[in-house]
Structure formats: C-alpha cells, structure tokens
Design a protein around this ligand. Structure first.
Ligand SMILES: C[S@@+](CC[C@H](N)C(=O)[O-])C[C@H]1O[C@@H](n2cnc3c(N)ncnc32)[C@H](O)[C@@H]1O
Length: 438
C-alpha cells in the first residue's frame, strides 16, 4: 500500500544512494499524478520538469518512465530523513570553525571544487586557462566563479581582491596541475613543459601565502619523474610557514570511489596538524554498484538523462566487441584473431587492456581523457557492445547525475577523465575542516 494517493502534494527532498539524477531543485513541490502497481509514485512537478527522480525504488536505480515523467518511491518519514542526511550539500560548519575560503587553481570541470563545496568550504573561484570549461564549472558549482587565467601569468593579489579574499581570512589554495608530465603513460614525461606548472603555483603561494594547501597529482610527482619539482615545491611551503604536512600515495578505491585511481596527495597547513583522510572500511563500490540500472544511452541526439551519450562503435570495432567475453573479458580471449586490428595481431602482448570489458564485481580501471573509447583502454561496458557513456564515466568519477557537462563529446570526456573524484575531494575538504577545527 502506497503512502500516497493521487492529488497528494509532495516535495522533492534530495538524492538517494546510488546517486540518482535530477534537474529538480530541492524543495520543488508537485502533485501525485498516479501510483503504479509497484508503489512507484509519479509526480507532476510544479516547475514543469520532465526530467527528475526523487527517490530510487528500495535497493534500485532510478528509472525514467516511458512517459518521461519523474518517478518516486513512496516517501516515508524515515526514508525521507535518511535521504536528507545523504545529500551531498555543503554541510554546516561546526560552531568554532572559521569560514575557509578556497581558490581552486587548475580547476578543470570542477570535480575538486564540488567536493570542497560539499565539505563546507567557500570556494570563491576556480582558475583555469581553458575558457571552454566555464559553463560546466559555473553551472554546477554555484556560487564559485570561473576565472579564465593562465596560472603562470597570474597576479595573485588582484585575484584575491577580485574574489573577495581579505588579509584576515582563512584561505586554502588547491592545485591539481595537469598529470600528464608525471604520468607513466606519457612517453615524454620528464621533458613535458607542463612539469613546471606546480612551481608557477608555488610562486603564488610564496607571494600571498594561504593557510592551507592541497595538491593532487599522479604518483609520478613523488618519484623519479617529479622528485625535483616535488622537493622544490616543499621548500616553498617551508619558506612560508606551511610546515604541517601530510602526503601519501593513495588509491581512490579505498575512499568510496568505484575506480582504481592512484594519486599522490599533499595537504599542508600553517594552523596546526593536518592529516590525510582515513581509508574507508568495508566493501568497496564496484562497477556494478554504479552502472547497473542506467537505461541504454543514446548514440545520437538528446538523452533524457544529462550526458548519457555513448559513441557508436564502428563496424570493425563492433565485431571485436561482440567476440570479447562478457564481464571482464579481454582481447586475448578472442579465438578468431583475424578479426582483431592488424596492429594487435602483430603485437598481442602490447596494450592488452585495449578493447577489454570492465568487470561487474571490480572497481573500474583509472578513467582517462579517452575513457569513452573502447580502443583506449579497458573501457568497454561489462555486457553491452559499446564504450561508457559520458554519464556513466562521470558516475564512476562520483559526479552526481545532475552534474551536467557542457562542450563537445571529446572535451567532456576529457573534463571527466581529468577530474578529482568528487567523493575523494569531499574527504580532502573534510580533512582541511578538521584541521581548522583543531
Ligand atoms: C587535471 S586538470 C584539473 C582537474 C580538476 N581539478 C577537477 O577536479 O576537475 C588540469 C587543468 O589544468 C588546466 N591548465 C593547464 N595549464 C594551465 C595554465 N597554465 N593555467 C591555468 N590552467 C591550466 C587545464 O586546462 C586543465 O583543466
């Protein structure tokens, strides 16, 4: 028996887990249009939204009805309050915590910004030299502003003034410089000019020292490829009194992210001890946790679910995909090797993940800028003959389903692959708040 009947007024209270999607604003009201046999409540929202999911059916993923109407499971008081608690909205700061203002340098599409906002930091602005990112960044990270500037030529004093940072404010600078110069995938690593971007950021830290610094990069930053840069950066932190530090190689899969993503993280503080977040105990989310329940994406045209678009495989790629066993199969499992690309027939031992399928019960492999291309890694869907949709890739990076990306398909894939997973970013923000709280 549903708790609702036709005509009842309902209010949108938030998102459940696993993250459903919605463009609905929290607080939007509507009227129950129907309750179906499964107890699903169909709502006509007052704002006229056609897209929207209030609460996933118990244990399930949200679905769009063929009518395109939002669906909701019955909302019991308990369920509604549990969902409210799940909301990844900025949390209230503990009473003694100073407001922490943050500047996110090299902000990309805003994965790190989103997590910091969710942790309760006041991210005033994201700085990036790619103007194409503005729309995605600003649409999803209100009230933070996108500042299109080259960090190597930035006047930090006018940036702080412009964004409203006062001398007495508690401030965090975050920097997630491009990973490619330190990445094992980069043949030119070590020589890539972008290597020195961290030192350009260090100049800003030296000129106008913040209270906290957060750096995220690939493990290469802290080994042979990046050692020199890393050490020069740490020297700057010492010079300006950011003497409390925590740095380590971590894997995002240990922090509630359904993806193997090894990263070097450094937190620094002048306000006392600071620690990296603790690994999350218990079962790790997997590809199944995240991808099961998404409807089939479109190859062309406007999807109902934002960015749920995948690339249509070319016919010779489709032939290969059809031959790859479901749920974790690889190119090397294909019996008739004549269907493989000529380069793979010649060098079967190279790039073995290419055309591989993800496995339901494992975390996804590290998503890259080409994470929607089956010929660029183990990025094929576990059972369907296609690569990830942009939405699915974003979900594996723990972006909520209402985080809509703007731009061309390839640029969006790069925005997603480049991002700090939001759930990890949130925990890094929590660590800064914990330090500020003492
Ligand atoms: C790894 S991505 C950042 C991802 C972002 N932190 C997130 O979580 O979504 C690095 C970003 O640095 C930007 N970038 C590269 N060179 C830059 C420069 N000289 N000045 C400003 N931004 C730059 C790129 O446009 C790219 O968006």
């Amino acid at each position: 028996m549903s708790a609702y009947a036709k005509g009842d007024r309902v209010r949108f209270v938030g998102f459940g887990e696993p993250a459903p999607y919605s463009r609905l604003r929290i607080g939007t009201e509507g009227a129950v249009a129907a309750v179906d046999d499964l107890g699903t409540v169909h709502v006509d929202w007052d704002d006229g939204s056609r897209l929207g999911m209030v609460i996933a059916p118990p244990g399930g993923r949200p679905q769009i009805g063929s009518s395109g109407r939002p669906r909701a499971a019955p909302i019991t008081t308990d369920r509604a309050s549990r969902l409210r608690a799940n909301l990844s909205k900025p949390k209230a700061m503990p009473p003694q915590t100073p407001e922490i203002k943050a500047l996110d340098f090299f902000c990309g599409a805003g994965g790190l910004t989103r997590g910091l906002l969710d942790a309760g930091l006041n991210v005033l602005g994201g700085i990036d030299n790619d103007e194409r990112l503005r729309e995605t960044y600003e649409a999803n990270n209100e009230p933070s502003r996108f500042v299109c500037e080259d960090v190597t030529a930035l006047d930090i004093d006018s940036l702080r003034r412009g964004l409203g940072v006062a001398e007495s404010d508690t401030v965090l600078y975050a920097a997630c410089t491009p990973c490619q110069p330190f990445s094992t995938l980069n043949q030119r690593r070590g020589k890539d000019a972008r290597k020195s971007l961290l030192l350009s950021f260090a100049d800003l830290v030296r000129k106008a020292p913040p209270d906290y610094v957060l750096v995220e990069n690939v493990p290469g930053l802290n080994n042979a490829y990046g050692r020199e840069i890393h050490d020069a950066f740490v020297k700057t932190l010492d010079e300006v009194g950011l003497e409390h530090r925590a740095g380590a190689l971590i894997d995002a899969k240990d922090y509630g992210v359904p993806q193997i993503r090894k990263r070097y993280i450094m937190l620094a503080s002048r306000r006392g001890e600071i620690s990296l977040p603790s690994r999350q105990p218990g079962r790790k989310p997997t590809v199944r946790t995240v991808l099961k329940g998404y409807p089939r994406p479109v190859f062309d045209g406007e999807p109902e679910l934002p960015n749920h678009v995948a690339r249509e495989p070319k016919s010779h790629h489709l032939r290969i995909l059809e031959a790859i066993p479901r749920d974790g199969g690889s190119r090397s499992d294909v019996k008739d090797t004549s269907i493989l690309l000529p380069c793979h027939q010649k060098t079967p031992h190279l790039h073995k993940d290419v055309f591989g399928r993800m496995a339901w019960s494992l975390p996804a492999p590290t998503l890259t800028c080409r994470c929607t291309d089956v010929y660029c890694g183990r990025f094929a869907h576990p059972v369907e003959n296609r690569g990830l949709s942009l939405r699915e890739a974003a979900a594996l990076q723990t972006f909520r389903d209402d985080y809509a990306f703007h731009g061309t398909f390839f640029h969006i894939a790069a925005q997603i692959g480049n991002a700090v997973p939001v759930r990890l970013a949130r925990q890094l923000g929590d660590a800064v708040v914990a330090s500020a709280t003492g």
